[in-house]
Design a protein around this ligand. Sequence first.
Ligand code: PLP
Length: 455
Amino acid sequence: LTNDQLAQWDRDNFFHPSTHLGQFARGEAAQRIVTGGEGCHITDRDGNRLLDAFAGLYCVNVGYGRTEISDAIAKQAQELAYYHAYAGHGSEASITLAKMVMDRAPDHMARVYFGLGGSDANETNIKLVWYYNNILGRPLKKKIISRWRGYHGSGLMTGSLTGLELFHKKFDLPLSQVVHTDAPYYFRRPRAEMSEADFTAHLVGELEALIEREGADTIAAFIGEPVLGTGGIVPPPAGYWEAVQKVLEKHDILFIADEVVTGFGRLGSMFGSHHYALKPDLITIAKGLTSAYAPLSGSIVSQRMWDVLARGTDENGVLGHGWTYSAHPIGAAAGIANLELIDTLDLVGNAGRTGAYLNKVMAKALGDHRNVGEVRGEGMLCAVELVKDRDSRTFFDPAAGTGAKVVAAMLKRGVIARAMPQGDILGFAPPLCLTEAEADTIAEVTAESLREVLG
Ligand code: PLP
């Protein structure tokens, strides 16, 4: 089988997610057939070896090629590839992983429900929130507040929660139960002279006004990523989470921390909830739970919610919610081996240390360029925001695809970064095992590529 044949089969048969369908089918869009991976690198069928500075879709946290995980998957597949988890059934792997997740979660959390991916975990969360308010006799308290630029998946409800134009356009989203508030995006603050504290106060004012407009008795929950991810990789402004949590508490609004990206070490803390002292009612996990070696996600439920859910089943019978593949034993086996590796290799510590180093060398290599508005990050997350003019914070015409051009120039030099979907923002979220030498390479290649595209 030649590469040409496989590429043709790909164009003729495979409906790729998040892809320009027409261009791909015509052979005009990027196409890559990935064949292997080791550490922070992947290899493709054309013989390229690329440094993956986005860890797939910020999910391969332990890096590629870990035999500890592939061996655990193989062993599980041989012993028991599948059994369901309905009506009190489980496997040794799923029970053990549940214990491991709860040992790592914030103390006030009580149980973990397992799904397949981040989107379905957030769908579960919304259903649990609605169920919770119905049990409490508050049938009108159902709307969910999300942030513009938040990313929570691409299902019907989760695509609605997502606050990015690309995921709504022509899909009849967002659905009416979702309302959006401003993104905590300091670089794009409305007035340049605002301090971070001013901006936080402004955001909290907007949130309060939204709650007032809609009526607190109609709002069930607020969902947010500890650090905005796909919306631009943006750490929150000073004091943001503390102030937002106060507002939610005041209005009896549940808090869903979407930790699909930040869970299991990416910020240099086990959870973003630890990192920013969050006290969520639900925590969404996926990606880093198995480092994507097998699909698995979860909804971690607080004690206060759990008590109401349990009461709900006493009153109404079995909870009518579940997937065939909930708590799949192979995903669970991958999760156990993955969480063990994160501990033995101290990847949470490395994410903090080498992440800080990556942010430092990126700022040094790029910070002075006239088209770099900001280099920002937290832990093993980093973003470079490109601007036409620094002083006035003027952006490039989105149609020019400036960010995508820089990312393409980086690819030629063997480094994968991600052109974030809204704005000319270069995104970096490497595996948590990144070395300083690899961080240096990322910074050098980004700087060279930026000069090639923008001079
Ligand atoms: N939540 C966040 C914060 C994410 O970044 C993502 C995916 O990138 C999701 C949810 C959706 O996860 P999935 O793509 O596994 O459905």
